[in-house]
Design a protein around this ligand. Structure first.
Ligand code: HEC
Ligand code: HEC
Length: 235
């Protein structure tokens, strides 16, 4: 049983001691913020991206770092998950990546604004948050960028998959069993098309098949060539 004065010193010792520990941990955390957030990478583009993010109230639907609304996907790791090419196409025209089921706002961003939004999301994604928040449960319709796409056994491909293929096309198409289910699987696609027909399709799907859900991805001539070479080798 503690005497009154023992109880008082116990109370004082514990209160002062633990307040000290709490203060020290707070100071320590604040001191670590610049390093963990990579403050040095916060350039003008990142800051403009943050302003666009705030002005358009993206947090009214999305969360970053776990904060915001839960209507739309968590975006902390959006750049790592999707890659820049996918995000560019999506932010220019959200409908392109979710044919027929768009809920994301079409903002009519300029190319520069899109660059800034992606720079901001990229910076956010590189903050060391000890793994918080957990990976979002994405709708299965379009899958995240696959690190590698392995053509099915028996369909050896001499041409390596262009980065654009693994970052954009696999969101909707599968190859060798990996990828999305919005469009048809592309195994053996080289036997179904001739080279010119395939290139024309990738260049402008609407002109080949009006009303198709395959988006016009505004591919450059060199991307068209690389993708056509790769697809023609899928036999
Ligand atoms: C009205 C709600 C709403 C607002 C506001 C909104 N979004 Fe979205 N966003 C969505 C929905 C819903 C999706 C899921 C795809 C779909 O259904 O179109 C999405 C998807 C995304 C994705 C793709 C995520 C992924 O990995 O698939 C990105 C990136 C994104 N939004 C960025 C933004 C940015 C940047 C802003 C602000 C400029 C914003 N969003 C504002 C609803 C919204
Ligand atoms: C947003 C989803 C989406 C993306 C992204 C997408 N496609 Fe498609 N693709 C489709 C759909 C849907 C079809 C079926 C169109 C139809 O038959 O009307 C299709 C059809 C095709 C076909 C014809 C397949 C066949 O067997 O007839 C090829 C080839 C193709 N896409 C290649 C690509 C390539 C290469 C990319 C990346 C540069 C790509 N697609 C990106 C949705 C997509």
């Amino acid at each position: 049983m503690l005497s009154k004065s023992q109880a008082r010193s116990f109370f004082l010792f514990a209160t002062v001691g633990f307040s000290g520990v709490f203060l020290w941990l707070t100071v320590d955390t604040v001191r670590q913020v610049p390093a963990r957030s990579h403050e040095e990478n916060m350039n003008a583009s990142v800051i403009r991206g943050k302003e666009i993010w705030e002005k358009n109230n993206c947090m009214g639907c999305h969360t970053i770092l776990g904060e915001g609304a839960y209507y739309a996907p968590e975006l902390t790791k959006a750049v790592e998950r999707r890659g820049e090419p996918w995000l560019r196409i999506f932010l220019k025209d959200p409908q392109a990546m979710y044919p027929g089921r768009r809920k994301m706002v079409q903002y009519n961003f300029t190319e520069e604004e899109i660059t800034d939004v992606i720079a901001f999301l990229d910076w956010i994604g590189k903050i060391d948050t000890n793994g918080f928040p957990a990976k979002p449960d994405m709708a299965p319709v379009a899958v995240a960028a696959a690190a590698t796409v392995t053509p099915a056994a028996g369909a050896p491909s001499a041409v390596a998959a262009p980065a654009l293929f693994t970052q954009v096309c696999v969101a909707c198409h599968s190859l060798g069993g990996t990828g999305g289910v919005v469009g048809p699987a592309l195994d053996g696609v080289g036997t179904r098309y001739d080279r010119d027909g395939l290139r024309a399709w990738l260049d402008n799907p609407q002109s080949v098949k009006p009303g198709t859900a395959m988006p016009d991805l505004n591919l450059s001539a060199s991307d068209l060539d690389a993708l056509t070479d790769f697809l023609m080798s899928q036999r």
